[in-house]
Design a protein around this ligand. Structure first.
Ligand SMILES: Cc1cc2nc3c(=O)[nH]c(=O)nc-3n(C[C@H](O)[C@H](O)[C@H](O)COP(=O)(O)O)c2cc1C
Length: 307
């Protein structure tokens, strides 16, 4: 029986649900151990106010870790495959997940094949490039990636995620849809488990990503590559300028973070109908480059500087 180690972070429980679903049809056929990453000082959920939420931006973007609670993983060497479940925060691996990657516990990944599972709103490309880089330096091999997102239009998904993050309501309301990955998509994630286990048992991990793509593991929309690219160029500048004002929680950062929030909301709520249209136009005018980008972000190799 193959041994699979699942390590994940989840604030709201969404990633826990995705992973439970993914493993539903293989839990009797493989030995699967789950470990949840917990920060020593966790972020609140619901976040309740924007100040606390946006204060997580600089450390997320700059990849500054925090202390995590010990992960008592027995017989680390005995696992055949590791599944890592995480979520992007501000186009970067979330602080809890990044803190794991930079901790002593990440040594368990050395020499292991890894499948990443992402559950997010709709922008995960920069985060995954950072994770790919970390996996290489940890001596792990990325063999698969599944990225589940919110399929609603950008503004609707932003409104519903704000409602979810600040007030804790994921379910649809009168005005806005269910936030994050839909209940249906979470349920359907169970189709990936048997594919992963079969590839592991038959020694076909080198073709696993192609098999996962046949099951629509990465429903990536081309205009989102352009739109995330715009954010990916700006966020590190905002993060660097904010951190100059003080460390996490320092009231001296508030002014800069407020400017970031206003700029982000203007970009999403006022400019995105136009910038989204321009992004779509750009993908049509540069069809070859768009096809190359789509192909790149759907696979598992790492080439520096792609976003
Ligand atoms: C601080 C913060 C920033 C986020 N930034 C992004 C982002 O850049 N892109 C995205 O698609 N989703 C973003 N999300 C949504 C998360 O990726 C995730 O889907 C949601 O928080 C639920 O995850 P959970 O598994 O931890 O409960 C963000 C969430 C938080 C809390």
């Amino acid at each position: 029986m193959k041994k699979i180690l699942v390590i994940y972070s989840s604030q709201t429980g969404q990633m826990s649900d995705v992973l439970q679903s993914l493993c539903a049809d293989i839990k009797e056929k493989a030995s699967i151990d789950f470990f949840k990453i917990e920060l020593e000082s966790p972020f609140p959920f619901p976040w309740k106010d924007y100040d606390t939420f946006f204060d997580a931006m600089p450390e997320s973007v700059l990849g500054i870790p925090q202390a995590i609670k010990p992960l008592a993983i027995p017989d680390a060497a005995g696992y055949d495959l590791v599944i890592l479940g995480y979520q992007p925060w501000f186009l970067s691996p979330s602080v809890p997940f990044n803190s794991f990657l930079q901790s002593e516990y990440a040594a368990v990944l050395k020499g292991k094949p890894v499948v990443t599972v992402i559950a997010c709103r709709n922008m995960w490309l920069r985060a995954q490039e950072k994770v790919k880089e970390s996996l290489i330096s940890l001596g792990a091999t990325l063999v698969g990636n599944i990225a589940l997102d919110d399929k609603h239009p950008n503004i609707a998904s932003t409104m519903s995620i704000v409602r979810w993050m600040i007030h804790g309501q994921k379910e649809a309301s009168d005005k806005y849809p269910e936030a994050g990955v839909s209940t249906g998509d979470i349920k359907d994630a169970r189709r990936f488990g048997p594919t992963i286990l079969r590839a592991l048992e038959q020694g076909q991990l080198d073709t696993l990503q192609a098999q996962l793509l046949e099951q629509d593991a990465i429903p990536l929309r081309p205009n989102l590559i352009v739109m995330e690219g715009n954010g990916a160029r700006q966020f590190p500048k905002w993060a660097a300028n904010t951190i100059k004002q003080g460390k996490a929680g320092d009231p001296a950062r508030k002014k800069m973070l407020k400017k970031f929030k206003v700029t982000l909301f203007i970009a999403i709520f006022i400019l995105s109908p136009v910038s989204g249209g321009l992004a779509r136009l750009k993908t049509l005018l540069t069809k070859k480059k768009t096809a190359e980008d789509l192909a790149y972000f759907r696979q598992v190799a790492f080439v520096p500087g792609k976003i």
